[in-house]
Design a binder for this molecule. Structure first.
Ligand code: 5AD
Ligand code: SF4
Length: 446
């Protein structure tokens, strides 16, 4: 690594989910220990890394477009090293496609790039004018505790608690590209969170594809509730949020603990995907419409100030309008604060890719619009329930809409803009009385 010490500039671009962003923070941490400084312009860079996402086809198309744009840069600067990594390039068929389409790429790695970065850069520096080396490697989550991530922002932090996924939902490529589920030790997580709090970070997000199965397949006798208990006991004021929860593994005991905890977020992101039992079963989700509704309503009852959000997938192979109507019905009955909605995208290598998919793209798009209309109507008014209440808000800076306001995040994960604060409040907590609600934020007074 020593001879790579230099003052060269690296540009890292991340696509997709928070887990990928957390990986990139480790990548930039490692690059910085190698002597690279970071740049936000591809034009200045000596090294460009794209950390890609494969969850849907449109994410992939964006990456293909952006990589294509690098061709000119490489022609102007032949020593520029271009590396692709992440979920897309973990799949050999996609890696080969990149190699064939863009011969100017220097290295194509997979999801386990972090520990091999120095070696990949070293090799790429030798073969820089010869085109891509493909290093794929097993898709297995690795936790390199020694690498300190270079975190964006001052007040928040992403903390991966596990990697990979064992669920094999039939539409999802994640288990194929991120490998089997591996949990970090509770000891290392608690130590990291403590250090982050000591640095002044107060908004900690625990990350995993299915946080509710944390601790399975390990020697430690601790589950996700146990981990949250340990974190809740740490000194100081801070908020621990977490994603993503899986309805099949999220137990009432966890909800009960959160209800009486002091420092655990009041935001539950609980992806439902579909409201039809027939489709849930084809998706291999492991729960029913009824059990989902019971759990969601239990959470709302036990934690009255909770914010409940979800993911919904429209147009899964074989879904018909009656199935879709069940999704609309569930959406209306639960009343989510917001829903991330997606049209099904066929992913090579998944079980759903081999299922009959007779519904046309146009029809799916009509259903999608119908769902958006229903959810927008619910979302428009759902924050009204906070008007008149006082929320504890972690203040992060000046309001975007109006610099006279300060902005922050409530324990529900909702943006709160408020009057009456001063800039010294950044990085601190405040009590804010809510006076107005918007579909995406709350407004109030200190
Ligand atoms: N097509 C569309 N959406 C998908 N998701 C996962 N796989 C696919 C796919 N093949 C959505 C799910 C998941 C979210 C992160 O992305 O709703 O919860
Ligand atoms: Fe994909 Fe299902 Fe795992 Fe989530 S739980 S990452 S949707 S396979």
């Amino acid at each position: 690594m020593e001879n790579l010490k230099n003052t060269k500039k690296a540009y890292v671009r991340t696509y997709g989910c928070k887990q990928n962003f957390a990986d990139s923070e480790k990548i930039t941490g490692l690059l910085s220990s190698m002597g690279y400084t970071l740049t936000f312009h591809t034009g200045d860079a000596d090294l460009i890394i794209f950390n890609t996402c494969a969850v849907r086809e449109n994410a992939e198309q964006r990456v293909f477009g952006n990589v294509g744009e690098l061709k000119k840069l490489k022609e102007e600067k032949p020593d520029l090293i271009i590396i692709l990594c992440g979920c897309m390039t973990q799949q050999l068929h996609t890696a080969e496609k990149f190699k064939a389409k863009f011969p100017f790429i220097d290295a194509i790695a997979g999801t386990n790039i972090i520990s091999s970065i120095p070696e990949i850069i070293k090799k790429a520096a030798v073969t820089v004018k010869k085109g891509a080396n493909i290093h794929i490697g097993e898709a297995a989550g690795e936790f390199i505790e020694e690498i300190k991530p270079l975190r964006e922002g001052k007040f928040s932090a992403n903390v991966p608690i596990m990697n990979g996924c064992d669920n094999f939902c039939t539409y999802c490529v994640v288990p194929l590209v991120r490998g089997r589920e591996v949990s970090r030790t509770a000891h290392n997580i608690v130590r990291e969170v403590k250090a982050l709090i000591n640095e002044g970070r107060r908004d900690i997000l625990l990350l995993g594809q299915n946080v509710n199965s944390f601790g399975k397949n390990t020697d430690e006798k601790i589950d996700f509730t146990g981990l949250l208990q340990k974190l809740d006991e740490l000194d100081g004021e801070f908020v621990i949020s977490y994603m993503t929860s899986h309805p099949k593994d999220c137990k009432r005991e966890l909800i009960d603990f959160i209800a009486q905890s002091r420092k655990i977020s009041r935001h539950l992101h609980l992806p439902v995907q579909s409201g039809s039992n027939r489709i849930l079963s084809l998706m291999n989700r492991g729960y029913t419409r009824e059990s989902y509704m019971e759990l969601a309503l239990y959470a709302k009852e036990k934690i009255p100030d909770i914010s409940l959000t979800t993911d919904i997938l429209v147009g899964f192979p074989g879904e018909n309008y009656e199935d879709f109507r069940q999704t609309l019905d569930l959406t209306e009955k639960i009343g989510f604060d917001s829903a991330y909605t997606f049209i099904y995208s066929k992913r090579e290598g998944t079980a759903a890719a081999n299922m009959d998919d007779p519904v046309t793209a146009e029809e799916k798009s009509e259903w999608f619009k119908e769902l958006l209309e229903v959810q927008n109507k619910i979302g428009e008014r759902s924050y009204e329930r906070f008007i008149g209440k006082t929320l504890r808000v972690f203040c992060t800076g000046q309001g975007r809409s109006d610099p006279a306001l300060l902005t922050g995040k409530s324990k529900q994960g909702i943006i709160v803009d408020f009057l009456g604060g001063t800039s010294e409040m950044q990085g601190k907590f405040a009590d804010v009385k809510i006076t107005k609600s918007l579909p995406w934020a709350l407004i109030g007074n200190l």
